[in-house]
Design a protein around this ligand. Structure first.
Ligand code: URA
Length: 215
C-alpha cells in the first residue's frame, strides 16, 4: 500500500521567512541564514513521526520515563548542490544522524536528472532517510533520489523542500502510486506553476545560485 503524503506547513514564521527568501533583493549571506532557519522549522514537522524508544533518566528528584532516538540512526542526505544549504539547519535538530551526499544535476534543456556523486550507504535497510532539496520543480530529481533510496532498502523517506510546484508534487505522487512505500514531502509552500524553463513561479529563482553564487 502506498503512503505518499505532502505536508505544507502553515505557520506564520515559516511564511515570513519564505517571503524574505523570495525577495530578489535578499543577498546571499541573508539567503543562506533564512534557508537554514526555514529548514530547522520544517524539520520540526518532518521529524514528528521519527522512531523513538522508551528510556529512563534519573533527575535530581526522581526517576523519569522518557524516550531516545531509536537505532539505527536516521540518515540525512542533501542533494547537491543546493541541498547543502539545508544541511546545517537539519543537522542542528538531528546531530546524531549520519550524513550522506547525493550529487544530481538536471540538464538545462531536457530537465532530466543525472547522478554525478553518490556518497550514500549501500545498505539503507531499516533506516529513515531525510532528503534535502530546496526546490521541488518538475520532480525529476527527487523521484530519481527517492528511487535510489528505495533500491537501497530505506524503509521511510521524508523529503524536505523549501518550495514546491504543483507539477512536481503531482509527479512524485504519480511515480510512487501503487507502490508499497512510505514517503512524505514536507514543504513551506506549493506555488502556482512551473514556467517553460522549469522554474517555479513565483518561486525564488535559482536556489543554488542564490545560496552559493553563479558558478
Ligand atoms: N530549481 C531552482 O533552483 N529554482 C526553481 O525555480 C526550480 C528549480
Amino acid at each position: 500500500m502506498s503512503h505518499v503524503k505532502t505536508l505544507t506547513i502553515d505557520h506564520p514564521l515559516i511564511a515570513h521567512k519564505l517571503t524574505a527568501l523570495r525577495d530578489e533583493n535578499t543577498d546571499s549571506p541573508t539567503f543562506r541564514r533564512l534557508a537554514d532557519e526555514l529548514v530547522t522549522l520544517l524539520a520540526y514537522e518532518a521529524t514528528r513521526t521519527i522512531s523513538v524508544e522508551p528510556t529512563s533518566v534519573q533527575t535530581p528528584v526522581a526517576l523519569a520515563q522518557g524516550v531516545k532516538l531509536s537505532n539505527p540512526t536516521p540518515v540525512i542526505i542533501p542533494i547537491l548542490r543546493a541541498g547543502l544549504g539545508m544541511l546545517e539547519g537539519m543537522s542542528r535538530l538531528l546531530p546524531t544522524a549520519e550524513v550522506g551526499f547525493l550529487g544530481m544535476v538536471r540538464d538545462h534543456d531536457t530537465l532530466e536528472p543525472s547522478t554525478y556523486a553518490d556518497r550514500i550507504p549501500g545498505d539503507l535497510r531499516g533506516r529513515e532517510v531525510f532528503l534535502l532539496d530546496p526546490m521541488l520543480a518538475t520532480g525529476g530529481t527527487l523521484i530519481a533520489a527517492i528511487d535510489l533510496m528505495l533500491a537501497r532498502g530505506a524503509n521511510r523517506i521524508v523529503a524536505i523542500c523549501l518550495l514546491s510546484a504543483p507539477e512536481g508534487v503531482a509527479a512524485v505522487e504519480k511515480a510512487l502510486a501503487g507502490r508499497d512505500v512510505d514517503v512524505t514531502v514536507v514543504t513551506a509552500a506549493i506555488d502556482e506553476r512551473l514556467n517553460e524553463k522549469g522554474y517555479i513561479v513565483p518561486g525564488l529563482g535559482d536556489a543554488g545560485d542564490r545560496l552559493f553564487g553563479v558558478v
